[in-house]
Design a protein around this ligand. Structure first.
Ligand code: MN
Ligand code: MN
Ligand code: ZN
Length: 286
């Protein structure tokens, strides 16, 4: 079975270590942060580091376009505070320069939070920010993926309508896709534990966005039940998705889902993720 499975990996020992660490957990793809996710500052990897990273990608036979870079948590393109929004835009541009230097393609962002403004204003700010960012990006290969987020606070992107509204307003529609996070989706009341519910979910994605925009899966279980809106990830197989109906099986056996990479963002280290990958494969009989 040719599927792409991986996990979020640490960059603390340098980007060049990530491909071999990925193979150590029996994965064939991965997600990384381009920088520390909770500080603004970042640094473009030097040419030697990026050369070594690319060499190791080829050596470990990992496809550059199956890998995901997750932008830092501080970025809020919807912020009604102009200073925060400006900082966010600048930061996203420099994070995209890192993605480009590494020869990668996809950067995942949380659309943003509208805070004390309105959803409408927030969506507009995000689309305008994305246009600005793409206009500043020389690397024409880069695509931005909007992640569906948990229905919590003033988060934007809790359903596909909101993601669609952002994409519709950008001038770079052909460079926009989505990441579907199973924990966040479960938080927003999208069940995936029966064949019917999976069909239903994919129908909605197709109607709102076109199924081709679905580029990546964040494969997380949820500590809380359907619709809870808590955003608490649980290890694969230990949470409320696994416990409900047929668990993850209907989702993972779906052809469309199997054609895009699955990335674990579950608690625990590489060793734990390795066990989870074994669990996924045995659940699916691979
Ligand atoms: Mn995320
Ligand atoms: Mn996620
Ligand atoms: Zn989450």
């Amino acid at each position: 079975m040719n599927v792409y499975i991986g996990a979020h990996m640490s960059i603390s020992k340098g980007f060049h270590e990530v491909p071999s660490n990925t193979r150590k957990i029996n994965a064939n793809t991965f997600q990384i942060f381009p920088q520390s996710p909770r500080i603004w500052k970042n640094k473009l990897p030097d040419l030697e580091e990026s050369k070594l990273f690319k060499e190791n990608m080829r050596k470990e036979d990992i496809s550059f376009d199956k890998v995901l870079v997750h932008s830092s948590y501080l970025v809020n393109l919807a912020s009604p505070r102009e200073d925060v929004r400006e900082k966010s835009i600048k930061s996203l541009i420099s994070q995209i320069n890192i993605v480009s230097r590494l020869g990668l393609k996809y950067i995942n962002i949380h659309p943003g939070s509208y805070l004390y403004s309105t959803l409408e204003e927030g969506i507009d700010k995000i689309a305008k920010a994305i246009d600005f960012v793409f206009n500043q990006t020389d690397d024409k290969n880069i695509e931005i993926l909007l992640e569906n987020v948990a229905k919590k606070g003033t988060n934007i992107g809790v359903n596909f309508k909101e993601l669609k509204d952002i994409i519709d307003r950008t001038a770079f529609k052909n460079k926009m896709g989505i990441t579907y996070d199973t924990c966040h989706g479960f938080d927003s009341n999208y069940d995936i534990t029966t064949d019917e519910s999976v069909e239903n979910l994919l129908d909605i994605i197709d109607k709102e966005l076109g199924i081709k925009r679905l580029k990546m899966i964040h494969l997380n279980d949820s500590k809380f039940p359907l619709g809870a809106g808590k955003d608490r990830h649980e290890c694969f197989g230990d949470g409320n998705i696994a416990k409900r109906n047929e668990g993850f099986k209907p989702f993972l056996r779906n052809k469309i889902i199997r054609s895009v990479p699955w990335l674990l963002e579950t608690p625990g280290d590489d060793e734990k993720h390795k066990e989870e990958i074994i669990k996924i494969k045995s659940l699916m009989g691979w």
